[in-house]
Design a protein around this ligand. Structure first.
Ligand SMILES: [Zn+2]
Ligand SMILES: [Zn+2]
Length: 112
């Protein structure tokens, strides 16, 4: 990039910044529905405390194998893909242990 290009680029950036500032100044703060779907309005993404509620719901869905919930958890910045993979592994391990236990008690002739 030569000096002329740089000048042009800076000019473009300055204009973009001005536009962004003008837009920000004009737009009044609007309330919007809470992201969790409760129907309340909020100036943030969530009504007070509803992020925790939403997170809990997403985790429950994720544990049932809902991949959309996984994407949302990552989008919110609450979990990384790696953390969710670890979680899935632990959940599956527990499931496997439960099934093994059920099989054993069946084999032993005890009611499940
Ligand atoms: Zn809510
Ligand atoms: Zn969400």
């Amino acid at each position: 990039m030569n000096a002329k290009d740089m000048e042009t680029r800076i000019k473009e950036l300055e204009e973009a910044l001005e536009t962004a500032n003008a837009r920000k100044a004009r737009k009044p703060k609007e309330s919007k529905p809470c992201h969790c779907g409760c129907g309340k309005t909020t100036f943030a993404t969530f009504a007070m405390g509803h992020d925790a509620k939403h997170k809990g719901e997403l985790l429950r869905s994720f544990d049932k194998g809902d991949q959309k919930a996984a994407a949302d958890l990552i989008n919110h910045g609450w979990y990384t893909k790696e953390q969710l993979d670890d979680r899935e592994f632990v959940v599956n391990e527990k499931k496997a242990a439960q099934i093994e236990k059920a099989i054993k008690s069946t084999e032993a002739g005890q009611p499940v």
